[in-house]
Design a protein around this ligand. Structure first.
Ligand code: PMP
Length: 387
């Protein structure tokens, strides 16, 4: 053997306990961390099937849907986006994408890779889309799928969804929505709002580690997937097979891939916590924390990137980096002195904003106050150039 044992692996790993107040992941609640240390189960064991069934019920609650094709994918949020694209799109299909930040850009990239004809609509950064704008675009493009992001975490913009599904269905189009950064903090009624494909992240409001992505398809979408002329391009994300593993269809469960029992148990615990608190309370907690943050920012003389309050995403607040401040100084100060993660911009907002996350277990008034205090200290240090 030419490759020696690596020296680094002879030392113990060091995992510091940071307060994660960026756009995600957020800290897991202690109950979720405890769930992660449970014994491993086989992916075809009856106990695992029961956990998967419980998760499906929890996901139906958080999505507010009765879709039978509701499950969790073994991947992070990007996998949810990719699954929507590769299951709904066949080569030559037209998709319309609402693009007002990095997640619309990523969706465009993925749809192109699936061989779609991709059309986009965009807005000024920091703005969302009106129903009239969406209706005009759908009417003229006549896409098979319309894709939109409910919580654009790169810009901190919230996109209301009510009414979009009705427009889509009027023009025989499927509605696909990314709720990775928003679910649990803002209203979402998948069935009532006629949403055909929806996914979220585990590591944001749900407070579960990344790597397990809830997703759901309407019966309308399901019919279209099952009548494809070509197989789903990505075997690993083929929902016709994964749905069979999750017992969403008639017939016995199949082995498609080895689902992580640890992540299943953690997701079940995260969902149990949401059920205990209730969605209404959970949303209220996020709204209240966001309001406390906005008030505090105003007192500090900081300017939110999204001007209109009703267009702000409660989970991810974007703040303009003031003149004379290097955002890296502030973020560095927070982590160095307080083990506190704050974040800079991403994609189109890179170098322009700070991003503060208030999600799930971390959405507490004391964390808001801590962030404000550290932000104030960091800004002062950066101005004095003494970080
Ligand atoms: N969509 C949105 C809105 C997100 O905020 C993120 C993650 N920040 C993703 C998709 C991608 O998720 P992941 O990093 O878990 O793959």
């Amino acid at each position: 053997m030419d490759v020696p044992k690596p020296e680094c692996l002879k030392k113990n790993v060091n995992v510091p306990n940071k307060l994660l107040m960026g756009p995600g992941p957020s800290n897991c609640p202690p109950r979720v961390l405890k769930a992660l240390s449970q014994p491993i189960l086989g992916h075809m064991h009856p106990e695992t099937f029961q956990i998967m069934d419980d998760i499906k019920e929890g996901l139906k609650y958080i999505f507010q849907t009765n879709n039978t094709l509701t499950l969790a994918l073994s991947c992070s949020g990007h996998g949810g986006m990719e699954a929507v694209m590769c299951n709904l799109i066949e080569e030559g299909d037209t998709i319309l994408i609402a693009k007002n930040g990095i997640w619309g850009q990523r969706a465009e990239d993925m749809a192109n890779r699936c061989g779609a004809t991709v059309k986009t609509i965009d807005t000024e950064l920091g703005d969302n889309f009106s129903l009239a704008r969406i209706q005009n675009a759908i009417q003229s493009v006549k896409p098979k799928v319309f894709f939109i992001v409910q919580g654009e975490s790169s810009t901190g913009v919230y996109q209301p969804l009510e009414g979009i599904g009705d427009i889509c269905h009027r023009y025989n189009c499927l509605l696909a929505v990314d709720t990775v950064a928003s679910l649990g903090a803002v209203p979402l009624l998948v069935d009532q709002w006629n949403i055909d494909a929806i996914y979220t992240g585990s590591q944001k409001v749900l407070g579960v580690p990344p790597g397990i992505t809830p997703i759901s398809f309407s019966s309308r979408a399901q019919k279209i997937i099952f009548s494809r002329k070509t197989p789903v391009q990505i075997y690993y994300l083929d929902i016709t097979q994964i749905g069979q593993q999750w017992n969403c269809f008639e017939g016995p469960r199949i082995y498609h891939h080895t689902v992580s029992s640890s992540l299943l148990v953690a997701l079940r615990e995260g969902l149990a916590l949401v059920v205990e608190e209730g969605l209404e309370e959970l949303m209220k907690r996020h709204r209240d924390c966001a309001k406390r943050l906005y008030d505090g920012l105003e007192k500090l003389g900081l300017e939110p990137f999204v001007e209109e309050v009703h267009k702000r995403l409660p989970t991810v607040t974007t703040i303009k980096v003031p003149d004379g401040v290097n955002w890296l100084d502030v973020v560095g100060y927070a982590i160095k002195h307080f083990n506190l993660e704050l974040s800079g911009g991403l994609g189109p907002t890179a170098n322009k904003v700070f991003r503060i996350g208030l999600m799930g277990y971390n959405a507490k008034p004391e964390n808001v106050d801590k962030v404000l205090k550290v932000l104030q200290g960091g800004l002062q240090k950066s101005k004095n150039n003494k970080c």
